[in-house]
Design a protein around this ligand. Structure first.
Ligand SMILES: [Cu+2]
Length: 470
């Protein structure tokens, strides 16, 4: 058993402020097409490693370059595949034109090595989004392919600095290289997925993030891990949540258990930094029984930026395009999750054929939605455009699942049979073992939309289906 802290025991990383200052190339709306070329490279994940870790990266960076536009601008990206296998780019959380959603085998053909694909789409909602491949994503994300897509508000909120906090859970071997032998391990895929042993924040282990006393920062937190649900505690600071999965949320404190982020989920925080110059504030990872320091905020020398935090709270303007679902004549869609270790799945349909669990495992399948393993030829449901739909997600497995619907945001309206009010808008919902969550959304975006578990090994081993909005 490898300790997740093993590489962290060497103490705080000596990262300079320069490497942590967000370097955001301003990719303006009508600027020339941005070229994103995923290809093999290296990244300095492990501070004391003899050599950097071989990874796959966009533009040689992990995380990849931030793609940043204003709300309503057009994003223009050319994918140039420098990988030894096909790939695509999916723009997670964006209510995008279907043909640009980047799902290999549903909205486009995978892009072969050496080939290109042009993505052009409008970003309708302000907020924190991200991009990643949607082909062999369980491998391509685990090798380092992901980046932030930030869509600025019409009037960005008054903060002193806008920072990001991209958390990844790597599986590394003793020499600090990616543990490739564990890719495709069906035993793990039937459990929590391929959990890592080495946490990075913004591509570094235990980084120091330089801040100033009195400073108000916006911190865009993203979990890009393939499987692990992470949770962060900001020690004596009291961050306020202002957005969830990209969409503005009423200001609220984070839970006492920490800021929980399932794979693919985002939370934007506002943090008023308090403390003496030269002191530091640990950011603890608290999802396991043994918390450890994931990063630290180091308060710079010098006078505070202001003597006390600004009085006025930050409240982001609504993206407006979200209409509260009226459930009166909603189209109900049932989604029963089954399978996995300690589950009861005996058989399921795979590519049109009913197979026993033993035969399913031969095909790398161990999970099913409504008795179907893997992406079905026909959609789970066809929803007329503009209609409100509900998806009743019933987790009959012993494992949590981070359920992601493409092209839409939804909100929970019922949990374990009890009505829920004012749940945040999300694109990825964590459904606990044995739990039932009914979510509602307006099917206002025509096309073929994937609905899958964002524990990417679960997706690869069966937890994937799709809806068609006509
Ligand atoms: Cu899952």
């Amino acid at each position: 058993m490898i300790s997740r802290r093993r590489f962290l025991n060497t103490g705080a990383a000596s990262i300079t402020a320069a490497t942590l200052a967000p370097s955001w190339p301003a990719f303006a709306g009508e600027a020339p097409r941005i070229i994103l070329e995923p290809k093999p490279g290296t990244a300095p994940l492990v501070e004391d490693a003899p050599s950097p870790t071989p990874v796959w990266a966009y533009r040689g960076q992990v995380p990849g370059p931030v793609v940043r536009v204003r709300r309503g601008d057009t994003v223009r990206v050319r994918l140039k595949n420098g990988l030894p296998q096909p790939t695509t780019i999916h723009w997670h959380g964006i209510r995008i034109a279907n043909a640009m959603d980047g799902v290999a085998g549903l909205t486009q053909e995978p892009v072969p090595p050496g080939a290109t694909f042009d993505y052009t789409f409008t970003a309708p909602d302000a907020g924190t989004y991200w991009y990643h491949p949607h082909f062999r994503s369980w491998e391509q994300l685990a090798r380092g392919l992901y980046g932030l897509l930030i869509v600025d508000e019409d009037a960005p909120p008054p903060v002193d600095r806008d920072l990001f906090f991209v958390a990844d859970d790597w599986r590394l071997t003793d020499d600090g290289t990616i543990d490739e032998a564990s890719f495709g391990n069906l035993h793990e895929w039937a459990h929590a997925g391929r959990l890592g042993n080495f946490l990075t924040i913004n591509g570094r282990s235990g980084p120091e993030i330089k801040v100033r006393a009195g400073e108000r920062i916006r911190l865009r937190c993203v979990n890009v891990a393939t499987a692990r649900v992470l949770a962060f505690n900001f020690d004596r600071l009291t961050p306020r949540v202002i957005a969830i999965d990209g969409q503005p949320a009423p200001a609220a404190d984070i839970d006492t258990g920490g800021l929980v982020l399932a794979p693919a989920q985002r939370t934007d925080l506002v943090i008023d930094v308090t403390g003496d110059a030269g002191s530091h504030i640990p950011v603890w990872e608290v999802s396991t029984g043994s918390p450890f320091e994931a990063a630290r905020l180091v308060i710079a020398d010098g006078p505070p930026l202001r003597s006390k935090p600004p009085a006025e709270p930050i409240q982001l303007a609504s993206n407006r395009l979200l209409v509260s679902p009226s459930l009166g004549d909603a189209q109900g869609i049932e989604l029963v999750m089954e399978g996995g270790a300690m589950g009861t799945l005996q058989e399921a349909t795979f590519q049109g054929e009913v197979l026993s669990i033993r035969d399913l495992m031969q095909k790398g399948m161990v999970w099913a939605f409504n008795g179907v393993a893997g992406k079905p030829r026909k959609p789970l449901a066809v929803v007329p455009r503009g209609r409100t739909a509900t998806i009743n997600m019933v987790n009959r497995t012993r494992w949590p699942h981070a359920m992601h619907l493409h092209g839409h945001h939804f909100r929970a309206v019922e949990r374990d049979g009890r009505p829920v009010t004012d749940a945040p808008w999300r694109d990825t919902e964590l459904v606990a073992p044995g739990e039932q969550v009914r979510v509602a959304f307006v099917a206002d975006n025509p096309g073929k939309w994937l609905l899958h578990c964002h524990m990417l090994e679960h997706q690869a081993a069966g937890m994937i289906t799709w809806l068609e909005v006509t």
